[in-house]
Design a protein around this ligand. Sequence first.
Ligand SMILES: [Zn+2]
Ligand SMILES: [Zn+2]
Length: 255
Amino acid sequence: MAQVIMLGTGAALSDAKRENTYLVVQGASSSILVDCGGSPTQRLLAAGVPLESIDHVILTHHHPDHIYGLSVFLLDLWLAGRKRVLHIYGLAETLRAAQAMMRAFEWESWREHGFFPVEFHRVAKKGIELIIVTPEFSVSATPTKHLLPTIATRFVSTASGKAIVYSSDTMVCESVVALACDADVLFHEATTVDEPNFGHSSARQAGEQATHAGVKQLVLVHLPPDGDVEQLRAAAASTFKGKVVVSKDFQRFKF
Ligand SMILES: [Zn+2]
Ligand SMILES: [Zn+2]
């Protein structure tokens, strides 16, 4: 059985109850990490996801709240004894930022001491691209409309045939609707309740996106600091008639 585990659900400005938004898609024998907030090792272990089950990391864009934990995650995998290759996916700009961050920590010198190989895979900046195929999942990506080049991702479970989509950070955007078409669950950002901040969506707009895509369920993530959960849910429910969940950290969604 595949599941999404929300490792964090907060916006860039977080609060006492929420880590920045990132998630892991877990299968029976493998897991894919999407973005990398502040304490990935602790969060994965607390969620019961073995570090060695992760062979793929997708970085949606290079705002700090989405990639700043990558450096310590790579360090931790090395300390935990990893030997095999780790695959990292992102747009050219995202990979450039991730590599620059790692250079700041002089990771070239880690290789002299047995650091495992990392392979970077560049995602195209147009259309819908199939980026990962494993025995358990196929993953596609498409660009969103945000302050920096950003991708949304769609995961299809081989076992169930069900699909989930994560918008990452985006304004209202046709390509996200196209990617989410008929998905079982859309995980959509809701950085505000009604009126959007520039570059982001409100909960009301997340509901509109879910309606246009024809998904069954909407899960709101990337939530405002100390946001009123009932207000967020009601705003999304005013534009989407399916089930709306305002996610909490560590919440699980099977698909
Ligand atoms: Zn963000
Ligand atoms: Zn962002």
